[in-house]
Design a protein around this ligand. Structure first.
Ligand code: S3P
Length: 440
């Protein structure tokens, strides 16, 4: 297990960076390519800890794929074209809840028995939110007290899946996607109603692929089966990961004099909440749209150090639109003058770690005034903080956020068990160094 030491920045961060493909898009493009007929070509694919288990699972399922540099080639066989293995495979999803939840929906549609398991951390994540509605659709799936391992039992050929109307208790794109995937094999439409605007990549990609998706009401999506007999393979270059970009944006905002540009980053409005929050804090953020691919807008983001950031309150839909960005946001909040409050964010307790507890305890260890709330946290910012040795806690985003905090600390910050960063942003330390940071 390696540790990472980040030294207080001696000079402004400067430069332009192009990031690997967005994590959510990488997962979806790799998996949805299997639904098509022929070879898909997915450029700027994110080759990282969270996507490797999905690729390994595809291999186990007999789906040919190979990586040529950052270009992923996947040979699709259609939903019902997977070879039947002699025994149900055990598919190891590592730390990736996206892999587990999306595979559950996909295998349900394909009628493929399998066991889905993962790391101890993944075994702690809630799974009843997918297994309950999948069972209502007729999927023979069982969980282990609401957690992984999940078992998809064989489904007799004369047991079709049924569409359903499902109201999500918590806005979740993983749950929505699992159900939309299963819905591909149902004998009637499936309608999903969400309490908030979770990321809509599946909807955009499905539509671009030629699947029938309707929006009968706000926050409501309906998939109308059947899946067309042949879907054309995917040919796209994935926009950069906006959730990885968040750490670099935060870094530029806490190091005086910095100005950086992140090129061709995903700008889907269900993912840009962090940019909105930064602008509300008074940050100098400029967004230049560059285009759209498979319904996904992308563009360049330039951010300049802003000395007079101020605290804000974040709640409601904005929480959903920046759900992965709270660790990075907390560091900006610690640098901003006054109080920042996050509410309606209880879901943060169910991510790779309890992020409310993880953020607050580490800020306190740096000497920042911070307090956990049942559904969020409160930070009083604008005062200097000192260095410390902090554990990643097995959470890649906690590790990266507090590495960024080291750039603005009075003394270095060391993150222990920092390998976890390779889950989503393997080049994090080298990109920071390219921009001028000292990382050892
Ligand atoms: C993701 C959805 C989000 C997010 C995760 C990736 C996805 O989770 O936190 O990193 O790709 O669908 P939820 O759906 O649980 O909110």
């Amino acid at each position: 297990m390696t540790s990472l030491t980040i030294h207080p920045a001696a000079a402004p961060l400067q430069g332009a960076v192009r990031l690997s493909g967005d994590k959510s898009l990488s997962h979806r493009a790799a998996l949805f390519a299997v639904l098509t007929q022929g070879e898909s070509r997915i450029a700027n694919f994110l080759d990282a800890g969270v996507t490797r288990p999905l690729l390994s699972a595809l291999h186990e399922l007999g789906v040919p794929w190979h990586l040529e540099g950052d270009v992923l080639h996947v040979t699709g066989r259609g939903l019902h074209g997977l070879p039947q293995p002699p025994h149900p495979p055990t598919l190891y999803c590592g730390h990736s809840a996206t892999t587990m939840r999306l595979l559950a929906g996909f295998l349900a549609a394909a009628g493929m028995p399998a066991v889905l398991d993962g790391s101890p951390g993944l075994r702690r994540r809630p799974m009843r939110r997918i297994t309950d509605p999948l069972r209502r659709m007729g999927v023979p799936i069982s969980d282990t007290d609401g957690h992984a391992p999940l078992t998809l039992h064989p489904r007799p050929a004369d047991h079709p899946l049924h569409g359903l109307t499902h109201h999500l208790a918590v806005a979740s794109a993983q749950v929505k996607t699992a159900l939309l995937l299963a819905a591909l094999a149902a004998d009637s439409p499936t309608t999903i109603v969400e309490p908030g605007p979770s990321r809509d990549h599946t909807e955009r990609l499905f539509r671009a692929m030629g699947l029938r998706l309707e929006q009968p009401a706000p926050r409501t999506v309906r998939l109308v089966p059947p899946i067309p007999a042949e879907l054309p393979p995917l040919r796209l270059t994935l926009p950069g990961d906006i959730s990885s970009a968040a750490f670099l944006l935060a870094a530029a905002l806490v190091v005086p004099g910095s100005q950086i540009t992140l090129q061709r980053v995903l700008l889907n409005p269900t993912r840009t909440g962090f940019l909105d929050a930064l602008q509300r804090m008074g940050a100098q953020v400029t967004i230049t749209p560059r285009g759209e691919t498979y319904g996904e807008p992308f563009g360049d983001i330039t951010v300049a150090y802003t000395p007079d950031l101020h605290g804000i309150t974040v709640r409601g839909d904005l929480v959903v639109r920046m759900v992965d960005e709270f660790p990075a946001f907390a560091i900006v909040a610690a640098a901003a003058q006054g109080e920042t409050v996050v509410q309606d964010a209880e879901e943060l307790r169910h991510k790779e770690s309890d992020r409310i507890a993880a953020i607050v305890s580490r800020l306190q260890a740096l000497g920042v005034e911070a307090q956990a709330l049942p559904d969020g946290f409160r930070i009083v910012g604008g005062r200097p903080w000192h260095g410390a040795q902090l554990a990643s806690g097995g959470d890649h985003r906690i590790a990266m956020a507090f590495a960024v905090a080291g750039l603005a600390a009075q003394t270095p910050i060391t993150i222990t068990d920092a390998d976890i960063i390779t889950q989503s942003f393997p080049t994090f330390a080298s990109v920071l160094q390219t921009l001028g940071a000292t990382v050892t």
